[in-house]
Design a protein around this ligand. Structure first.
Ligand code: HPA
Length: 277
């Protein structure tokens, strides 16, 4: 067996034992400062990543490092309180291991969230943005021998972000009187924030948001046939001019994400309540 599969199965078997026969239908990835959504999950079983064999540890600021299995919107969910980033030094196989583990545990829908910089000048700090599509400068996590047990060698990415879930999320936001934007997420490796010239370049290329995560998870989720919904919180405006006052700061990002977390949770909760599973 491929060593990557061995690791994925080992971790999944361990979690399956810990969640005592529960069958999660939705996976949730909580980005920087967005771990609060876990407070809305009922009947929780908390599994620290450090207990899981073959699992990486979450080192990024604002990322706690737990799986939480419980009920949200009447559905059994498996949430990641904290994710793994390529900039932490993990291989793409480890960055995305949790997605394939979720698949083995029965997850059919993936809800991803992140904190991102806004390179669309019409966005405001704190805006919630439904991710419509992405542009990637991160290495592709499917490079290497294909794991046939999960999906095909060549993956279609035409509708990576589920059109029906996007439409439902817009309707829910309207009903809850919450403002949402719709945008394209640009992913780079980080850990540097972008230079002003890069921000101008990405925006001209079609991006509205810039970040350092999410895309590898989405690719791997689509590879194994999950339906994906993504939402960003615009935690800062990306700088398009070289001025010393324009500095980005990881603590600011977490603070703004925290402020937006409640609004995002309400949309995620209602969306998950409505999924057919
Ligand atoms: N750039 C990249 N990643 C980010 C940013 C940003 O401005 N804000 C939050 N995550």
């Amino acid at each position: 067996m491929d060593q990557r599969s061995v690791k994925i199965h080992t971790a999944a078997d361990y979690i399956a034992k810990r969640i005592e026969g529960r069958k999660p239908v939705a996976g949730i990835v909580l980005g920087s400062g967005l771990g609060k959504l876990a407070d809305n999950i009922e009947d929780k079983i908390i599994i620290p990543y450090k207990d899981i064999p073959e699992f990486p540890q979450s080192t990024a600021v604002g990322h706690k490092g737990n799986f939480i299995c419980g009920t949200l919107g009447g559905k059994t969910v498996l949430a990641m309180q904290g994710r793994f980033h390529y900039y932490e030094g993990y291989s793409m196989d480890l960055v995305t291991i949790s997605i394939r583990v979720m698949k083995l545990l029965g997850v059919e829908y993936l809800f991803v969230s992140n904190a991102a910089g806004a390179c669309n000048p019409t966005y405001k700090v704190g805006d919630l943005v439904i991710i419509m599509d992405h542009i990637s400068l991160l290495p592709n996590p499917l490079i290497g021998p294909n794991l046939d047990e999960f999906g095909p060698r060549f993956l279609d990415m035409t509708c990576a972000y589920d059109l029906e879930l996007i439409e439902k999320a817009e309707r829910i936001a309207f009903e809850l009187e919450l403002k949402v934007q719709k945008g394209v997420y640009f992913g780079s490796t980080g850990p540097t924030y972008e230079t002003p010239a890069e921000v101008r370049f990405y925006h001209r290329a079609g991006a509205d948001l810039v970040g350092m995560s999410t895309i590898p998870e989405v690719i791997v989720a689509r590879h194994c046939g999950m339906r994906v919904f993504g939402m960003s919180v615009a935690t800062n405006l990306s700088n398009i001019i070289n001025e010393e006052t324009n500095i980005n700061d990881g603590e600011d990002v977490v603070r703004q994400a925290n402020l937006a977390a409640d609004r995002m949770c309400r949309i995620f909760g209602r969306l998950i309540e409505g999924i057919e599973a």
